[in-house]
Design a binder for this molecule. Structure first.
Ligand code: NAD
Ligand code: ZN
Length: 360
């Protein structure tokens, strides 16, 4: 057996209001006054002085607002990198991503592409990155994806939706301040939170499971059940717990894999642009045969929070479009192998996937 040797986030600060310490954290990392920090910030915060007035800029530092309406693309990373190279006197001291999974993934990818030649799409895959990224910091403002701890940055490229999985991808520093999540709209809170719940179910029921993943997965699952089913939590408790559930859920899949919902939701995202959190929910709702207990609890959570998922999103698709989704989904072999086992191809055929997609 050849065990994998994974990096982890080396530094993390946790606590309500810890965002105020950002300057103390990053100042020692400034290389010189011509090497700025670049803050990539979700544009939902553009006019939010409560947050933006606390972003510690000095010298040539820059805030770039980025929309999270669409998921990150490889071409978008290339454009950001070019913009940063052209507008800075020296290579930046660091990239700081402030937002949800979209902004965190962009920050990771930009920090990698500032030190690696060529186009971002060339690095989609496993361990293709040659040079260490520049210093990068992740500050989540919505909880659930685990992007703050993961070894990947999920990007849609011209041919595939696939992460840059590498030892240089994880953040050098993460700031976990649950107060930053206080204004997340309920539906989005549910979708991104369910991403975490689904990570737990897919990891804990997968064939890749090991004690490392299990211990994180069980912890995150317990937190999710508490957050989404317990009536007695205060808002602050729920926000803090979801932040930690996201972290543990992410840690759980670092050393295992996700499964059926993710494999199928990547297809929906690639063809229809359905976002990760809601896409996982749409798929997971129809996966009783794979995750009977998990889906039952998911439906109870959905009911409790009055969430109505879109229906019929695949009803008008052509055969050709189904084929595109099926091809994307089937290409995610480790996810299927984790979910079903080594002989997954006997169970998961294009016909089977089409039948499932047709229900959605
Ligand atoms: P997101 O970043 O796409 O944001 C969702 C919405 O919430 C956006 O409209 C955003 O503007 C808004 N938002 C974020 N914070 C807010 C706040 N505090 N107040 C109000 N609105 C706020 O959401 P997400 O679900 O965190 O991320 C999804 C992305 O993460 C996808 O691109 C997916 O591929 C990626 N992802 C990455 C990993 C990884 O390991 N790298 C894992 C899972 C998902
Ligand atoms: Zn996910």
């Amino acid at each position: 057996m050849n065990y994998k040797n994974f990096p982890m986030v080396p530094r993390v600060i946790f606590g309500r209001g810890s965002f105020n310490q950002l300057n103390d954290i990053i100042a020692p990392k400034r290389l010189n006054i011509h090497a700025p920090f670049i803050f990539l910030v979700d544009d939902v915060f553009k006019n939010n002085l409560w947050l933006t007035s606390r972003i510690p800029t000095s010298y040539d530092d820059r805030i770039i607002y980025v929309s999270a309406k669409v998921e990150p693309k490889t071409s978008q990373v290339d454009e950001l990198v070019e913009d940063i190279i052209l507008s800075t006197k020296e290579r930046p001291s660091g990239i700081i991503g402030i937002g949800g999974g979209t902004l965190l993934d962009l920050a990771k990818a930009v920090s990698i592409m500032l030190t690696n030649e060529g186009e971002t799409k060339d690095y989609q895959g496993w361990d293709l990155v040659k040079n260490p990224a520049i210093y990068h910091v992740g500050i989540p403002t919505i909880s659930g994806t685990g992007a703050e701890v993961s070894r990947t940055t999920v990007l849609t490229g011209p041919e595939k939706k696939l992460g840059i999985n590498s030892d240089y991808t994880p953040f050098d520093q993460v700031v976990l301040d649950s107060e930053l999540t206080k204004n997340v709209p309920t539906e989005q809170w549910f979708y991104t939170g369910m991403d975490c719940y689904i990570h737990c179910i897919e990891s804990l029921t997968g064939t890749y499971l090991n004690t490392f993943s299990q211990s994180y997965g069980e912890m995150a699952l317990q937190l999710c059940e508490d957050i989404f089913l317990n009536n007695n939590l205060s808002k602050i408790e729920a926000q803090e717990k979801l932040m930690m559930a996201s972290w543990h859920g992410g840690m759980s899949i670092v050393y295992s894999q996700v499964g059926v919902a993710h494999a199928m939701s990547y297809g929906l995202s690639y063809l229809l642009g359905v976002k990760h959190g809601i896409g996982n929910c749409i798929v997971f709702d129809h996966l009783e045969e794979f995750y009977p207990e998990g889906v039952k609890t998911f439906k109870a959570m959905k009911k409790k929070h009055n969430i109505n998922l879109p229906k019929g999103i695949c009803s008008d698709l052509s055969d050709k479009e189904f084929d595109i989704m099926i091809k994307i989904s089937l290409s995610l072999e480790p996810l299927w192998e984790n979910a079903i086992g080594k002989n997954w191809k006997k169970v998961i055929t294009p016909k089977k996937l089409k039948e499932l997609y047709q229900k959605m």
